[in-house]
Write a protein that binds this ligand. Sequence first.
Ligand code: DC
Length: 227
Amino acid sequence: MMMSQAEIPVIAIDGPVGSGKGTIARQVAEALGWHLLDSGALYRLTALAAIKRGIALDDDARLAELAAHLDARFGSDAEGGERIWLDEEDVTAAIRTEECGAGASAVAALSPVRDALLDLQRSFRKAPGLVADGRDMGSHVFMDAGLKVFLTASPQERAKRRYKQLNDKGIDVSLAALSRDIEERDRRDQERSVAPLRPAEDARELDSSNMSIEEVVSTVLDWAAGR
Ligand code: DC
């Protein structure tokens, strides 16, 4: 029997940069055998498509048009690694650059773009279920999600995780500067007028500062199972 859209369960995982929600969402989806939506990637794809076409990152109308007709495809390569294509071109690495991140942040502040991406985001809701990772999954896109998690970690912990990530890549940065960046970005995300980063009213908050990835994943799975 076909399930109607509303019957397909959704777990929304929202939170600030560095909270680990991307990793947690992927592992929860794998454990359940559910689909995964990385909504940040859609904002990044919109920014990349705009940059390629020479569309200004504040041109609401053209950006919304672009977002509404994104030719994006999510899949995996022969080794099972995640790949993302835009207009049939593999852009997996291209959308993770700082330039694309900054562009994504700019286009994400425009409500016509956010509205244009709604249908695309909701189209990821397929049986047997969806784990959706973002900023407004529980508060806006999937308001009827059965479980909404707002994942946080202290700014110090998030700065430390980012520091380690960059260090592992051989990039030299100061921990103090990273902490300042993170606090500044938090303030901007929480104070912006369009879709500010805030937990949905019925979200369960989880502070992962002193938890391992495994502990966070098993907590979310326990909540999903109603334990
Ligand atoms: O999570 P990320 O870094 O890939 O997100 C890229 C940008 O998109 C970031 O500036 C926040 C924004 N974003 C958003 O506004 N709403 C979402 N649901 C996901 C991402």
